[in-house]
Design a protein around this ligand. Structure first.
Ligand SMILES: Cc1ncc(C[n+]2csc(CCOP(=O)(O)OP(=O)(O)O)c2C)c(N)n1
Ligand SMILES: [Mg+2]
Length: 1031
């Protein structure tokens, strides 16, 4: 009872005449610092059963009860009422009334509440204030003044109220209708001067633990309803919520020194005058200027400064077109003359390749951060026009840089991603990338996202461009806090950027800064925005530029004077003029100066390969045996594997004894040997650890201990490089982009992405079309990523049959009509190509092509069509002999049987690739045509082995030439191979086709039709009269 009375006294509203000091005597006036422990209102927290996870649950319920007492079970309602009324710990709980509640029991249960006639009102007022505070925290951003134009459709209240100490409750009632949906919790005007205790879930009190309601409202307005809208209450971690509350609620926390204000002004001067300079000099050039969001430059610089202060020394950035040149100039500090000379159309390109427009190029720059005096490296990843496509690439590169410098927590390397409002909301890759953010093998330990939210996408309004109130709602799925900020308030922007950087360094989680701004010009400088947004642009014409507004503010505050301001402008204009003059001396454009990921040491100083040879990719017998033994064992003690897997390992062991490998073992040999040579290997994709077809088993799982795993590949050699094998999220676009980014960071790593089935690569088409295929041509950046694409017609239906080789082959840059004049096809042809496309028919060749990928003196993407049924095909085995020193990858595997012994007798040569070879040899044997028909396997499709196939064709002078494939005629390889084969033989003979007819789908859904089609193509392949009438 004593406790109840004390608490009731505490809760009783005080009149303003009772000073805050009096209250402070009851409760020490310690500053409200952030508390790590979970905090309820004191009486509830004291309950003995509230510990561990139950406290989370109870807390949720408590908040729900605060909003609506009827939303919880009656027993909890009584408990919370009693606890808040001051019941002693352990006594607040009353057992719930039984189903057949008798009146007497109910009245017993309600005894405590009823015994205190005033408590109801006290509790309700107290709860009303708590609910009010919570309402501001949850929904304050709905009424914050975020839009500099004042026209945003996201403004939930278009009549913002000016807050003064004389809070008018009538106005607030209207405001609170928006905030609380259900009205004002019974508080009225007479309560405004009553003093209320503040709950521990707010920091608005500063040093005070109780405040008059009027002041509570004023402070909440200041924290949540001005130029910053904080969206965070969906975060399900109390500690993180408290951290944010403290950052925005603590009175006076948003203070700037005069020095800081002057720095901010100087940064705005640079940002604004840079665009003006470009506009003056090249008024008709597209540059996707930053006008309307000039504050982006100080925003980014703040994030970088703060992160540098926290220990980060490498920042990797990705961004779209908007303001990119400005970021290069003023954030990354690319030499201005290098930027300006890009506007000179007369410049000749010095590098090989086709290049890219200036607002897509990347950059890498190391310098001293002037604010922290620490070294910082900044890299802006080159990107295509495809918005948001660079997001996962940036993440992958960041992960790799963290990996190579041992930064397991993201303390030294971080990423910043910039987005446009329309693209952030509209592009699914944003969602895929967010879902990588907290996965162990993909996390970069927090990304700072900055959205240039100019409230328009090209000509489309937000209400037509998204179904969510904000463009940033996608970030809520990963519990990232979102700071919306009016971009015309530079101090508010800098403040939230500081908080965002601190958030990242504290919690290592993603965070979003939403710069609500406008776009002063059209989509680009040539575009007329009044066609489609007339009213918006009338408003924009009236809008004072942010630099002018802020300069006037600082002049009025006496922080700078007019001459100082003008001098700052003149100083930067002069820098631009001088750089422009120097840029005229540039005669040649070097795209390699715009490389985002240089590989020092891998190339010569002028960027050339150190040699033009590739050593043998073979391996000595001992290493093959050793790797094979580890691959067929469990290299740790007391580890129980599944019985089925024991059998698989036993079979492997027997193969090793017999000096043979199947597909999985060949892959093991390639990986294991490269690891010994210090090459890091990373294999990523859906279910790659076991392998979709259960053939790989690179991660063993203890059958008795949960989550205990073993990766034998990491137990091979004493000082080996690490092997990373990771099941990915169910994404292709995001994960392939990520691995491409990972592969960018170092040439000394074999990075592989495996599709579950090859056809799934088409959901990552943008990464293939925009980065992998043309990356080097556009950005002089090499990349050795490997794509493993399971492919083959197995009667499994139209899906899962074809990895669409035709698409990759169509994008190869070798000329079908020209026989290359090269001394050395083996390496030189690879150097000239944009990517390598292979379909290996033997495990040994798969082994060699993986090793060649690293032993080559340059890097090219490698596309491998990998088998499914061949994984277990008894003939698809290779001997150690084919993998020993001196052996190498075979671009073409000639026929080695009777046909090759008497080549002049051969009537037909069947050229083929991949698994159909095994169908063809079986059929040839059955028909006893081994001396009549030669079968030549084209293992490397691109670059096309013109030299070897010429030899093959010449070897069989009397033979017809036939391309045979299991894919449909308009698919597979035929369209690619035919003209090249004809060039090889100088068009002396036709090249016939044996295969399925053209079709819309990659394969039939009917197994019987599949087999009929197969038999038909085999019939054509071995019917020596098949083409007679066509000749
Ligand atoms: C994937 C993709 N689709 C379409 C386009 C064409 N496009 C270029 S900019 C743009 C509007 C982008 O709007 P927003 O993301 O808001 O950026 P802003 O230009 O407003 O800064 C569009 C549709 C593109 N570049 N990429
Ligand atoms: Mg936009």
């Amino acid at each position: 009872m004593l406790n109840l009375r004390t608490c009731a006294a505490k809760l009783r509203p005080l009149t303003a005449s009772q000073t805050v000091k009096t209250i402070s005597q009851h409760r020490p006036a310690a500053p409200r610092t952030f508390q790590q422990i979970r905090c309820y209102s004191a009486p509830v927290a004291a309950e003995p059963f509230l510990s561990g996870t139950s406290s989370n649950y109870v807390e949720e319920m408590y908040y729900a009860w605060l909003e609506n007492p009827k939303s919880v079970h009656k027993s909890w309602d009584i408990f919370f009422r009693n606890a808040n009324a001051g019941a002693a710990p352990g006594t607040a709980y009353q057992s719930p009334p039984p189903l057949s509640t008798s009146l007497s029991m109910l009245s017993q249960a309600q005894f405590l509440v009823q015994a205190q006639p005033n408590v109801d009102k006290l509790v309700e007022d107290h709860l009303a204030v708590q609910s009010l505070i919570r309402a501001y925290q949850v929904r304050g951003h709905h009424i914050a003044k975020l839009d500099p134009l004042g026209i945003s459709c996201v403004n939930f209240d278009d009549a913002p109220v000016t807050v003064s100490p004389n809070v008018d409750l009538a106005v607030f009632k209207e405001r609170l209708r928006v905030l609380t949906v259900g009205g004002f919790y019974g508080l009225d005007e007479s309560d405004l001067d009553k003093v209320f205790h503040l709950p521990t879930t707010t920091f608005i009190g500063g040093n005070e633990s109780a405040l008059p309601l009027r002041e509570i409202i004023r402070r909440l307005e200041m924290a949540y309803c001005q130029h910053i809208g904080v969206e965070f209450m969906f975060i399900n971690d109390l500690e993180q919520c408290q951290w944010i509350r403290q950052k925005f609620e603590t009175p006076g926390i948003m203070q700037f020194t005069n020095e800081e204000k002057r720095t901010l002004l100087a940064r705005l001067v640079r940002s604004t005058r840079f665009e003006e300079f470009l506009h003056r000099k090249w008024s008709s050039e597209k540059r996707f200027g930053l006008e309307g969001c000039e504050v982006l430059i100080p925003a980014l610089k703040t994030i970088i400064d703060k992160s540098s202060e926290k220990g980060v020394d490498y920042v990797i950035m990705g961004m779209p077109h908007r303001g990119r040149l400005n970021v290069l100039a003023n954030v990354i500090r690319k030499e201005l003359e290098q930027i300006f000379c890009q506007f000179d159309s007369k410049l000749e390109a010095a590098d090989e390749g086709s290049g890219d427009v200036k607002y897509h190029l990347g950059m890498y720059h190391r310098r001293i951060n002037r604010v922290t005096d620490r070294n910082i490296t900044l890299s802006l990843v080159a990107n295509p026009s495809h918005l948001e496509a660079a997001d996962p690439v940036v993440q992958g590169k960041t992960k790799a840089e963290q990996f190579y410098c041992g930064d397991t927590e993201g303390k030294k390397v971080m990423s910043i991603l910039l987005h446009g409002d329309a693209a952030f909301a509209g592009q699914g890759i944003v969602y895929e990338t967010f879902h990588l953010s907290d996965l162990p093998s993909y996390t970069t330990h927090g990304t700072v996202h900055v959205v240039v939210n100019n409230q328009i996408g090209f000509t489309t309004d937000p209400r037509m461009a998204r179904s969510s109130p904000y463009p940033t709602d996608v970030a809520r799925v990963v519990n990232a806090p979102i700071f919306h900020v009016n971009a015309d308030d530079p101090e508010a922007v800098v403040y939230v950027c500081n908080v965002a950087a601190e958030w990242r360094s504290t919690f290592h989680k993603d965070v979003v800064v939403d710069l609500v701004c406008y776009r002063r010009n059209g989509h680009n400088e040539m575009d007329e925005p009044m066609f489609t947004q007339p009213l918006m642009y009338k408003q924009i014409r009236k809008q004072k530029p942010v630099l002018q507004k802020y300069a006037e503010l600082l002049i009025s505050q006496g922080v700078v004077n007019q001459p100082e301001y003008e001098e700052e402008i003149a100083k930067y204009d002069k820098i631009c003029e001088e750089a422009h003059a120097r840029s005229k001396d540039e005669k040649i454009l070097h795209i390699k100066h715009w490389l985002d990921s240089p590989w020092p040491g891998f190339f010569t100083l002028d960027g050339q390969p150190r040699s033009m040879t590739c050593p043998s990719t073979g391996l000595n017998e001992e290493d093959l045996t050793h790797i094979g033994q580890v691959a067929s064992s469990v290299p740790v003690e007391d580890f129980t594997i599944h019985g089925g897997l024991s059998r698989i390992l036993k079979t492997r062991g027997e193969m090793v004894k017999n000096r043979t490998v199947d597909w999985a073992l060949a892959e093991y040999m390639a990986f294991g040997s490269l690891l010994k040579e210090g090459i890091h290997i990373r294999l990523s994709g859906q279910d790659v650890e076991r392998g979709t077809f259960s053939h790989r088993h690179h991660v063993l799982h203890d059958q008795n201990v949960d989550k205990r795993t073993c990766i034998p590949m990491n137990h091979l050699w004493p000082n080996q490089a690490p092997y990373t094998v990771c099941n990915s999220s169910l994404s292709e676009y995001g994960v392939l982009g990520f691995e491409l980014g990972f592969a960018m960071a170092s040439p000394n790593a074999l990075v592989l992405w495996e599709a579950q089935f090859g056809d799934f690569h088409n959901t990552a088409q943008c990464i293939i079309d925009q980065f992998i295929c043309p990356g080097q041509a556009k950005w002089v950046r090499q990349n050795g990523i490997v794509l493993l694409l399971p492919h083959g017609m197995e009667g499994m239906g139209p899906e899962h049959s074809s990895a669409r080789p035709e698409r990759f082959l169509q994008m190869c840059n070798d000329d079908p009509d020209v026989f290359p004049k090269l001394d050395d096809f083996d390496v030189r042809q690879l150097y000239d190509c944009n990517w390598i496309v292979v379909n290996c028919s033997t495990p040994a060749n798969f082994f060699h092509v993986l090793r060649r990928q690293i032993l080559l003196p340059f890097r090219k993407p490698l596309i491998i069509f990998t088998p499914k049924s061949l994984l277990r095909h008894p003939e698809a085995r290779s001997s150690f002999d084919d993998m020993l020193p001196g052996t190498h990858f075979l671009r073409v595997i000639p026929d080695g049987g009777p046909a090759a012994q008497s080549p002049e007798q051969v009537k037909r040569v069947l050229f083929c690739t991949g698994k159909v070879y095994y169908d063809l040899t079986r059929e040839r044997k059955a028909r006893q045509m081994e001396a009549d028909v030669a079968i030549t396997r084209v293992e490397q499709l691109s670059p096309f082995p013109f030299d070897l196939l010429q030899r093959e064709a010449e070897k069989y002078p009397a033979a017809e030439l036939v391309w045979c494939q299991e894919e449909h005629k308009n698919q597979g390889y035929y369209d690619y191979v035919k003209p090249r084969l004809r060039t090889t033989i100088n068009r002396a003979k036709p090249v016939w086709y044996a295969g399925r007819e053209p079709a819309a789908a990659p394969a039939t859904g009917n197994k019987k039709t599949h087999l009929t089609e197969l038999q038909r193509l085999l019939d054509t392949a071995f019917n020596l009269d098949a083409f007679k009438d066509l000749a």
